[in-house]
Design a protein around this ligand. Sequence first.
Ligand code: BG6
Length: 483
Amino acid sequence: MTTEFPKNFLWGGATAANQIEGAWDVDGKGVSVQDLLTGGTVDKPRHFTAKVDPDAYYPSHTASDFYHHYKEDIKLLAEMGFKVYRLSINWTRIFPNGDDEKPNQAGIDFYHKVFQECHKYGIEPLVTISHYEVPYHLTAAYGGFSSRKVIDFFENYCRVLFESYKDEVHLWLTFNEINTALMFGGGYIQAGVPVKDGSSIFDRVTKEQRQNAFQAVHNQLVASAKAVKLAHEINPENKVGCMIAGSEVYPLTPDPKDVLLAQQQTEMNNFYCGDVHVRGAYPAFAKKYWRDNDIHLEIDPSDAKTLKDGTVDFYSFSYYSSGAVTIHPEKQEKVNGNMSSGTKNPYLKYSDWGWSMDPEGLRIYLNQVYQRYQIPLMIVENGLGAYDKVEADGSINDDYRIDYLRGHVEAMKEALDDGVDLIGYTPWGCIDLASASTGQMSKRYGFIYVNRHDDQTGDYSRTPKKSFYWYKKVIESNGKEVE
Ligand code: BG6
């Protein structure tokens, strides 16, 4: 294989405000949907409380305290040689309630400082506009994105961002993992759709919640298209991408029924939203899906044009693992992991949280998506959530993480050789942060260890792990040295 990574390949890492910043109620910040989700574990899922319970623990309230450590953190990212840093803006720092007349200047100023710090080291910020952080007031007062009114609030928020950061940010993503609203939690985390007080994020979704979640995703797709158009109008240099939770689903057996099932699940997962973002229209299978599942979308006559006028400049996605399906229960061994319960693939190894590790799946995914869309692709999340041990001498030897990442970097190289136009890679949780699905600090992804624990002890000090030095070499050699 002769292919090398392109000269300007965007090596970096990714985080999200609610999982890293902490400082949940300072400098005028409002309450987001995350700020009402308690901590959990694999066996005891996070749950939603309509009010903050003083006896409960909410990971987003403290997280990794990036709010007070951003200078130190960005300096460490620069030491690794980052070209790009993907982070999200906490919507409630800018508009505490979401529908406020005026933005909160202190929130705008905080991100100016963060972006200036990035530029000091030549790091390009890649900003997610909404990463599981919808203002809770929009949920309580309007039903989150299931209401069309929220499209206008989102557009207004985008305008403030594009104008305020015109000189500092040129790479944007609209909604993080937009398709996850259809997968779990009834769309609460992703789209701010209301759920019952006390319910867990993995409770079975009711028919009504499912309907609301589909409507919310449609409204978000419209909101995203409007944002893309606005971003280009405000600064033609802006490039805007979508962000899909990517996954390959394999048939467990060659039974054509298994193959069909796997194909249907893969397409629904990867292309239902992807097609609207990239092609400006729903895929052909959507109508049948709505019919079969009794979903009735309110689509405004103007939406078709809005969607066509607001297609994205690049396609970004997260990729952690793959799944398998079968109609043959006798052949099935189950995985009982966090978000990954289902059929076990006997050819793959699984993480401590039951997520499969499958670098070839990434190559398959990249090829499949690129052949369909033929626009630049970017992997904006990938990584291994694992328990890390601090040795007596203070070192953290995370060889398991290096192995996982090496496999995926090699798969990226193969995909480039296949002809895929891959422009960047930002592994997830480059600085340890709170897990989105379990809320645990102990599910660590970082190159940088944060001394903070599930029992809320720890002084937030930062320590580079072994993977920090490994990734630095990967970046320095532009992907040539991965050993
Ligand atoms: C993605 C999200 O689903 O996966 C992140 O965009 C999340 O917010 C990441 O943290 C890893 O998942 P988890 O549950 O291990 O934190």
